[in-house]
Design a binder for this molecule. Structure first.
Ligand code: 4AD
Ligand code: MG
Length: 477
């Protein structure tokens, strides 16, 4: 018999004869009421067991976590809280679960405990909701770009290029680590390595993406990226997913317009398609807020925050203006920031980004025209000779969610910059070909997918919005 998803049963507009559904028992009350969940929706379906005519051995095996198959009529529920329930005619235990040992008991667990059980936490309401929202958001990403005619490009995972120049790469090698071959200079002989050269896991698909944009016009990547930065924060992962559009003939203003429109689209898509899950997470957040002091509670609920981003333009502010605001700010004057802003040129920390967004502007902010020496080599130099056409989008509760720029399309200026930074021209000769042959203005950005999921779900730790987080000291599962 065909298995009908719980979501479809709950959305049914009529009662139904003889349906079958399969899922996992969340709770079993009074030896009679099973709350059954199959992952298709946050909502459980109530299955009413005819306990008088069911063997005790079977009733005993209906425990939290067990997999069961339930057959019976879908009838109007006599109880409150649900429209329909299943009057169980036939119940089959598909997989037992030891109630003493199953870690996901129907009670509140700490997020830390759940992280240690990442393979089972997805069986909880909160993580089921987060992972469904994550899936819908990734579909929305593709939808947005496909509708606009962007070409999806799979850029390499293994690469010799360090796109961001931050030196935070994981090395890839097949050389024996306990017996490395040396060359005449006594350093590692990468010629003997698998690729005949030194390679890494990619930190960004941008450089390869640019070569495709200079042929296909508008492209996007959406894939895993890796950074060995040892920042054990609630915003950093060693393995995260990034979306990187790149558009030929777009300047920085076009780039900002695209980023803003794109972010608003995917958030709207989640609001339109994840209503039940978002409502659940909003309720969870409200519960959590109750235990916080009044001053730390957020002014808006989750849905209000999402709608706020849709209804308000992002505030566009130059780096120079931002530095002036920060220098004059109370936490700077009272030395409340960990890093005090003294002069122009300072790199912004997340405490500064969040001050601008949460305290000063109270809306998403796009900062642009950063000092050249705190940004990557490929960004276009402004006429002032000291700032570049960079833009970062800052979000409340998150800080930086997008980093992007107009690219340096002038061959000589780019080569000059690479020389100054000691970047090997020969290694990136293929990249420079985009500037040798038919170079043109172009721009792009990278959106950290997990930071987007963080914002949409209202979670506060990035480890809770990716199935199996990789962070310093941790690569379980
Ligand atoms: O600002 P980033 O480093 O920019 C780039 O990689 C450019 N190549 C993008 C481009 O122009 N095509 O990274 C982009 C975004 C950040 O704004 C942030 O959202 C996310 O990627 N990100 C991380 N997310 C999770 N964990 C980390 N360690 C991250 N590092 C960056
Ligand atoms: Mg950045």
């Amino acid at each position: 018999m065909r298995n009908t998803k719980v979501k479809d049963l709950l959305n049914s507009t009529t009662t139904l004869q003889e349906v079958n559904t399969k899922g996992w028992v969340r709770t079993f009350r009074n030896n009679q009421f099973i709350a059954l969940n199959d992952g298709s929706t946050i909502n459980n379906i109530q299955c009413v067991v005819d306990f008088e005519n069911t063997a005790d051995e079977i009733l005993k095996r209906i425990t939290t976590g067990a997999a069961v198959s339930v057959t019976g009529n879908l009838v109007e529920s006599k109880g409150s809280g649900q429209k329909y329930e299943i009057q169980v005619a036939k119940l089959e235990i598909l997989g037992d679960s030891d109630p003493e040992k199953f870690p996901m008991q129907p009670k509140k667990h700490s997020l830390e405990f759940l992280r240690e059980n990442a393979h089972l936490r997805v069986r909880t309401n909160a993580f089921g909701a987060i992972m469904r929202i994550r899936s819908v958001l990734s579909f929305a990403v593709h939808n947005y770009f496909q509708q606009k005619g962007f070409v999806y490009v799979n850029t390499p995972i293994i690469t010799g290029a360090d796109a961001e120049g931050a030196g935070e790469m994981f090395q890839v090698t097949s050389l024996p680590l306990d017996n490395l071959p040396k060359n005449e200079e006594g350093t590692i002989d990468y010629k003997k390595d698998f690729f005949g050269k030194h390679t890494n896991l990619t930190v960004s698909g941008q450089l390869e993406g640019e070569t495709f944009a200079m042929a296909l016009g508008q492209i996007y990547t959406f894939g895993p990226t890796f950074r060995a930065e040892n920042s054990n924060t609630s915003r950093h992962l060693a393995e995260f997913w990034m979306i990187e559009p790149e558009v030929a003939f777009n300047d920085l203003d076009d780039n900002m317009d695209l980023a803003e429109d794109f972010i608003q689209y995917v958030i709207k898509y989640a609001l339109d398609n994840c209503g039940d899950d978002l409502k659940f997470l909003e309720g969870r957040l409200l519960e959590e807020e109750k235990s916080k002091p009044q001053a730390e509670r957020s002014e808006m609920t989750l849905l209000e925050r999402l709608n706020f981003v849709l209804e308000n333009n992002f505030k566009r502010v130059s780096y120079t203006e931002a530095i002036d605001i920060l220098r004059e700010s109370t936490p700077n004057k009272k030395k409340k920031f960990n890093y005090i802003i003294n002069e122009w040129g300072a790199d912004l920390q997340s405490e500064h980004e969040r001050y601008l967004v949460e305290k000063h502007f109270k809306c998403p902010v796009i900062l642009f025209d950063y000092p050249a020496n705190i940004k990557a080599f490929y960004m276009r130099l402004n006429e002032d000779g000291k700032t570049v056409r960079a833009m970062d989008i800052l979000f409340p509760g998150i800080g930086e969610i997008v980093g992007g720029s107009q690219r340096e399309e002038r061959f000589d200026v780019l080569v000059e910059k690479m020389k100054a930074l000691g970047i090997d021209e020969k290694e990136l000769s293929w990249y420079l070909d985009t500037r040798r042959f038919g170079s043109a203005t172009h721009s792009g950005f990278g959106l950290g997918f997990e930071r987007l999921v963080l914002f949409v779900t209202g979670m506060t730790n990035i480890r809770d919005v990716i199935p199996f987080p990789r962070t310093p000291g941790s690569a379980e599962f």
